[in-house]
Write a protein that binds this ligand. Structure first.
Ligand SMILES: Cc1cc2nc3c(=O)[nH]c(=O)nc-3n(C[C@H](O)[C@H](O)[C@H](O)COP(=O)(O)OP(=O)(O)OC[C@H]3O[C@@H](n4cnc5c(N)ncnc54)[C@H](O)[C@@H]3O)c2cc1C
Length: 412
């Protein structure tokens, strides 16, 4: 392996995981982190595909101790219709049949602590980089000087794991492909909401102008709304007013939260559907959100962050292979998420439920379980790239669309 030293910028989930995995392979890693850990960070709902990486790092038990066990996800379409996905459908695959909901600061600290335990060298600083020629990058002298063990020598590889600030992309003027949605997300932690059923289940709710999340965490519930920017502006001036108004006007959320008490301030995220048009170059690569973030609805963010670290650690000498695989994965998630936003998945379910009521019996029951299992596997990260899964959705959604127009169930 020609790469012996790596500088990783950012110790969020992607950076800390990459630093640990590379150290386990004998690479000398310097991790530059600015130490910023806000109390409230999105990325609390994890999918089963995260767990194999936690196991590889040897920290699943410690993660379980700080997280809430998550059996699956329920989508509420309105006050009457809901669709339940249970990760138990993954039984018989190589994927775990559960996931976790993670209090992000504690989860990030765990990944960060593991990197330190494994011997990653760290520098507490807001790292600066400089462009070299058309396509190269280096650590600024003042940043390099803070890692005296590098003896003034630039690392063989620099990795941007600094998240949505897209440090390298800005330095090299690499554009991003943006997604179709122009949403704003407001979220906070609450107590007093009705408990999600079954315990730990994440609930995604369809709203008049977007969708909401309810993510159970130890001792609290994370509640967020993701709304079209123009619609959000009409709900109030401050993020607090908008979040409260969005909850109050939705029958499902307001019923569940009639005794709610907000425990934190309200945090806001905008413009997050961004994928860099390039993910690597000579002596540099991007990981996690710095490479690309798809959309939060199916919670692929931490999985993509941890998996990009895993893929990069396995492809240090073939950055193109790493980047191609990441693009493939990101495209697969975008494709799956589109099925949810444009209503085709919901139309399949509503049509399927109508069919079951009209023709009850073992065959329709078996079809329901089979379809549910296949979609749960894709949304769990187990078969997101599966051509069979893609084909199945394409074929099943057409007749379903004749019975129930997907547009009537789309997320606006
Ligand atoms: C509204 C919304 C909801 C979401 N919900 C979910 C969810 O439920 N589940 C899920 O899996 N994902 C979710 N995500 C996505 C998830 O939060 C991200 O994908 C994930 O945090 C990416 O991790 P990362 O390590 O790449 O970046 P980050 O978590 O952003 O970490 C980057 C780190 O780098 C540090 N840093 C930045 N610049 C520098 C610098 N110059 N020098 C040193 N350090 C630096 C930062 O302080 C930070 O600690 C959501 C995203 C959004 C926008």
């Amino acid at each position: 392996m020609s790469i012996k030293t790596v500088g990783v910028i950012g110790s969020g989930p992607s950076g800390a995981t990459l630093a640990s995995l590379l150290t386990l392979k004998g690479v000398e890693v310097t991790l530059f982190d600015d130490g910023r850990r806000p109390d409230l960070v999105v990325g609390e709902s994890l999918i089963p595909a995260v767990i194999p990486v936690l196991r590889k790092l040897g920290i699943e038990e410690r993660a379980a101790a700080i997280c809430q066990h998550k059996p699956g996800v329920t989508f509420t379409l309105d006050e009457k219709e809901k669709i339940e996905f249970c990760f138990q459908s993954l039984a018989g695959t190589s994927m775990p049949t559960y996931a976790y909901n993670a209090p992000r600061p504690a989860f990030d600290e765990l990944l960060d602590a593991r990197a330190s335990e494994l011997g990653v060298k760290r520098v507490l600083t807001r790292a600066k980089i400089e462009r070299v020629g058309a396509d190269g990058l280096k650590l600024a002298e003042e940043t390099l000087a803070q890692a005296p063990w590098l003896n003034g020598k630039q690392p063989d590889l620099l990795v941007d794991a600094a998240g949505r600030v897209r440090l390298f992309a800005h330095a090299l003027e690499i554009p991003a492909e943006t997604g179709p949605r122009k949403d704003v997300a407001h979220f906070a932690h609450y107590e007093g909401f009705a408990e999600n059923e079954p315990r730990g289940q994440v609930i995604i709710g369809r709203l008049a102008d977007g969708w909401s999340w309810r993510i159970p965490l130890p001792g609290r519930l994370s509640v967020g709304v993701v709304i079209n920017k123009d619609a959000a502006a009409k709900l109030g001036v401050t993020p607090e007013e908008r979040l409260e108004a969005a909850i109050a006007r939705d029958p499902v959320l307001s019923a569940a939260g009639k005794n709610r008490r907000r425990l934190t301030g309200v945090t806001t995220y905008t413009n997050y559907q961004l994928v860099s048009t390039r993910g690597y170059g000579p002596g540099w690569a991007m990981a996690g959100d710095a490479f690309g973030f798809v959309d939060p609805m199916l919670s692929p963010g931490i999985h993509l962050a941890l998996h990009s670290a895993e893929l990069l650690s396995e492809n240090l000498d073939n950055l193109k292979a790493y980047s191609d695989e990441m693009r493939h994965l990101i495209r697969a998630w975008m494709w799956l998420i589109k099925y949810f936003y444009d209503g085709r998945i919901f139309s399949m379910y509503v049509s399927g439920m109508r069919f079951e009521r009209a023709f009850p019996g073992k065959i329709t029951d078996a079809m329901h379980v089979w379809c549910n299992g296949k979609i749960a596997c894709m949304a769990a990260g187990a078969t997101t790239k599966s051509k069979f899964g893609w084909g199945m959705l394409e074929i099943m959604s057409r007749p379903a669309g004749w019975m129930t127009d997907p547009k009537t169930l789309a997320i606006r």
